[in-house]
Design a protein around this ligand. Sequence first.
Ligand code: NDP
Ligand code: MG
Length: 395
Amino acid sequence: MKQSTHRHIAILGSTGSIGTQALDVIRANPDHFTVEVLTAGSNADLLRAQALEFKPNAVVIGNEAKYAELKDVLFEEGIKVYCGADALCDVVEMEEIDIVLTALVGFAGLRPTMRAIEAGKHIALANKETLVVAGELVTAAAREKGVNIYPVDSEHSAIFQCLTGEFHNPVEKIYLTASGGPFRGKTKEEVYHARPEDALKHPNWEMGAKITIDSASMMNKGLEVIEAKWLFGLKSEQIDVIVHPQSIIHSIVQFQDGSMKAQMGLPDMKLPIQYALAYPQRLPSDFPRFDFRNFASLTFEQPDYEAFKNLSLAFEAMHRGGNAPCILNAANEIVVRAFLDKELPFGKMPEVIEDAMNSVAFIAKPTLEQYFETDEATRTYVRNKIKAAPEPAKP
Ligand code: NDP
Ligand code: MG
């Protein structure tokens, strides 16, 4: 990245939770950041408002039916308007862009992230599913192109911050902290029929629906374990998960001398977003500060691998390697959608994911296209399973 402190940014998924918070950071730091590209899936109203405020070079709307709602009003402002999945991949190659913030949700982030890397753009990575699915290919492409991947996920940002100044010191182990979500302390039976409304109530973080369900089911932490393996080049036995309900310690690195470094702060995604966009600088901010008087104790527990089987499934997928994490991820995306649509009980999600992991063909060294085939095959398999043996959620 240029050592100049001014960065030209593309935000993929600017209308989401991470995207809107990234725009808050940019709005507060106009001397440091310029928005070049904004994209959304189908929220044309918000994308238009964002474009009129930040005046990017171009916008992309995924849903082609929404193109007409944007084009005239934005063309008049000199903003280019594109639509569709291919445009999302093409737009990241724009010369002006220094860094692409990948804040799309799910597998849809893989192709544009790969295209951005191939075009030599640095990545601020929120879209963890990309690394879960194809971490080996993505990190190899980044190395080859000399592209940096800056973590946005708060745990990985914490590890990255702890490693600053320590890059030549081997890591013994990392501890990813987990809040435990809204069902912490509950048994498998108690959560089996949990309702979407309850699963969507995260105690500490305001996030998009998919990651909020992943947090309630602990799949989010499972995905983060795999994300950490690729970001920091770790072996699976070097990654541990610890439940820390207050979400103040965002993660911990343990070095070979036994010393542990942790990064702390109030749970606020704007901080890791800003750190990723401005690295290596720490820009001043007015984010609320942690006050020790409000937290009498910080506590730690072991995760309950029995009640939250997804965490074990993610470790298992990581051990198997190859396309196993891709199968895990695709199956998870489908069961989360089915759970939100009340077509599948909460407790059934890990069973369906495990079934897919044992049924979809394993490939030890997949190509990029084979990841796409695996994703498609898994989605079809899981959709058919849910249709064939319906077990709707209790109202
Ligand atoms: P949201 O659901 O809030 O936002 C997703 C964004 O991606 C929206 O802009 C959405 O557009 C767009 N989008 C979704 N699907 C597509 C698609 N197929 N094609 C094009 N655009 C699409 O998600 P979050 O912001 O919560 O999460 C984004 C990523 O960041 C996820 O991978 C998540 O795991 C990760 N993350 C999020 C955190 C958080 O605090 N939210 C914390 C750590 C990681 P539209 O609005 O039009 O639907
Ligand atoms: Mg996280």
